[in-house]
Write a protein that binds this ligand. Structure first.
Ligand code: CMP
Length: 166
């Protein structure tokens, strides 16, 4: 069975995660290049928007960093330009996207990762991706309402995944 022709939907084993293309990615004009990496990999956007961050949004998003020394500067940076928020979908996508982003500090991120290829900073580090599935659900809920997330079939999905994987 080729599932997408039967159901026209993603299998429920697929996950969603949130990425934020930070002000440095916007400023440097690499939004398209970064999104291209995910599409080439076999990960699809199911929600996307550009927003200007506010203190309210950032305090929710960075709740676990409350009180940390870098938070005030991080918030200032995140408000300096709009950001692009993208919900990505795919199999095991939270872990795969984290790996594609690389370690927080661009100086330590290996070549081939987004931070490794584009960045030298621990704070202006191009991209955010949700840490785990619980964080992904929480973070998506901060920025997206249900009707802003879409479900669509991929005509070529079986060139990215084998039937038994999905
Ligand atoms: P991100 O993974 O998006 O989420 C938390 C952010 O805090 C992280 O990326 C960095 O941008 C920033 N951050 C984490 N640790 C530090 C640090 N030690 N100094 C400055 N910024 C940091």
């Amino acid at each position: 069975m080729i599932y997408h022709t039967e159901t026209n939907k993603m299998p429920n084993t697929f996950q969603k995660t949130l990425i934020i293309l930070k002000p440095d990615a916007i400023h440097r004009g690499i939004v398209g290049e970064i999104l291209d990496r995910f599409e080439q990999k076999g990960i699809r956007p199911v929600g996307m928007k550009m927003v200007k961050m506010t203190d309210l949004l950032l305090d929710k998003h960075y709740a676990q960093h409350k009180g940390k020394h870098f938070l005030p500067r991080l918030k200032k940076f995140m408000k300096s330009l709009p950001v692009v928020l993208v919900v990505l979908e795919g199999l095991d996508v939270v872990r795969v996207v984290r790996n594609m982003c690389g370690p927080t500090d661009g100086k330590n991120a290996p070549p081939g990762t987004i931070r490794g290829d584009y960045g030298m900073s621990i704070s202006a580090n191009i991209i955010h991706s949700s840490e785990d599935l619980k964080a992904a659900k929480r973070e998506i809920g901060i920025f997206f309402s249900k009707n802003e997330i879409f479900s669509y079939s991929w005509p070529d999905i079986n060139f990215y995944y084998n039937e038994e994987e999905v």
